[in-house]
Unconditional design. Structure first.
Length: 401
């Protein structure tokens, strides 16, 4: 794939329309792309990131349609995750004179990813510049977007920002520019899934990143995945969407969602009784009840991670909680949910280990787990439901809301 972005910038990346899961957990219903860009200056040439190693031969062909490997001087690594750095070893085998440009954290990670002690690495910091002759690359530190090593690269003369994963998404169409997207609805859905999985734990850093590029006169934003965003296309729409998703203002109404699975309706009865108890103590509160199997996990994850507190209810089957519960728990943003209040409950038949297992897991994630667990054997009696309401009241009393 050879696509000209400007007189000196070319996309030589790879399309992967068939992938359906990225990084183990991100659904990629519309495939993805591994974008890599060549920047030609009058004196030097830089390659901005590389592509997944599984596609190296096609990737090499794309590069050589633009320039010989021997003529590339630098590989700029905005981020060193293997889908970005996977082809470095083979490129260095073909051109041992290549210098890798990366952030201080990136230099540490890259040595352990590539496992080649003889790597030629140039470490750059925020504001540093690299001259290619008539073209200049300026580096913008962007930590936790979405690794500590992340940075942006700004091509000054062409007004092109290479934004790494930022403002990108796992989406694949056989076109480079956003103006050619044929299914915008699918693209925006992929954008939201990508943001939720990659950037939602780092909303403060997202806003910092947007602030850092706010004074740039952007013509193109070239991400590592998905279409190139253009000033005449949807670039500024996507920036506004990122701002909206990253809004740190809390609602004046506290949110305490209750998530549960219920094999025969018993855990659901407990959930409703607990909700009643919380409302008895906190009048101005939002308590949505979610039967997990009836909702999209990404939507539930957003609800959980943006809540003021939450509860998890599960039956015990085969001495364990059930799979949908563990799937939801795996989406907990451990960074921003540290010390968030939570509690567990459930109905069981034979043994009842689920509530303790869930509590133990959430404690390991540094959440503030309510010491008391509420569980009932089989079908809750009227007294059990009164006790569940009392449990909800006690949980509410423990909250600083």
């Amino acid at each position: 794939m050879k696509n000209k972005i400007s007189d000196s910038v070319f996309n030589v990346g790879i399309l992967n329309p068939n992938i359906r899961i990225a990084d183990v957990v991100i659904k990629t219903n519309n495939g993805t792309s591994y974008n890599s860009y060549i920047v030609k200056g009058s004196d030097k040439t830089a390659l901005i990131e590389t592509a997944h190693k599984d596609f190296f031969q096609n990737y090499l062909q794309n590069i050589e349609e633009v320039i010989s490997i021997d003529e590339i001087d630098y590989i700029v690594m905005n981020h060193n995750e293997p889908d970005h750095s996977g082809s470095i070893s083979k490129l260095i085998e073909l051109n041992p004179n290549l210098t890798i440009v990366t952030s201080p954290a990136g230099a540490i990670y890259l040595k352990n990813i590539i496992n080649k002690p003889e790597l030629k690495i140039k470490v750059v910091k925020d504001g540093d510049c690299l001259s290619l002759g008539n073209k200049n690359l300026q580096f913008i530190s962007a930590p936790f977007l979405h690794w500590p090593d992340s940075m942006f690269t700004w091509l000054v003369e062409d007004k092109v920002l290479f934004s790494c994963d930022f403002l990108g998404c796992h989406y694949c169409e056989p076109y480079t520019m956003d103006i050619n997207i044929t299914n915008k609805e699918a693209y925006l859905a992929s954008l939201q899934v990508y943001y939720s999985a990659i950037f939602s734990p780092f909303k403060k850093y997202v806003l910092n990143g947007l602030s850092k590029i706010s004074n740039l006169e952007l013509s193109f934003v070239c991400p590592s995945h998905g279409p190139v965003l253009t000033k005449d296309g949807i670039l500024f729409e996507i920036i506004e969407q990122y701002k909206a998703w990253s809004d740190l203002q809390k609602s004046s109404t506290p949110s305490i969602p209750i998530f549960y699975c219920s094999a025969y309706g018993n855990t659901e009865l407990i959930a409703k009784a607990i909700s009643k108890g919380i409302k008895n103590q906190i009048s101005n509160v939002r308590i949505p009840l979610y039967n997990i199997v009836e909702h999209n996990t990404a939507d539930l994850a957003n609800e959980l991670n943006s809540s003021d507190a939450f509860l998890i209810g599960s039956p015990t089957i085969n001495k364990n909680s059930v799979t949908p519960i563990w799937n939801l728990l795996s989406t907990i943003d451990a960074i921003n949910n540290a010390k968030k209040p939570t509690a567990t409950f459930g109905s069981f038949g034979w043994s009842g280990e689920a509530t303790e297992q869930i509590s133990s897991y959430m404690s390991s994630m540094k959440l503030a787990v309510f010491e008391e667990k509420f569980k009932v054997c089989f079908v809750p009696t009227e007294q059990d439901l009164k006790n569940a309401t009392s449990f909800g009241e006690k949980f509410a009393q423990s909250l600083n809301i």
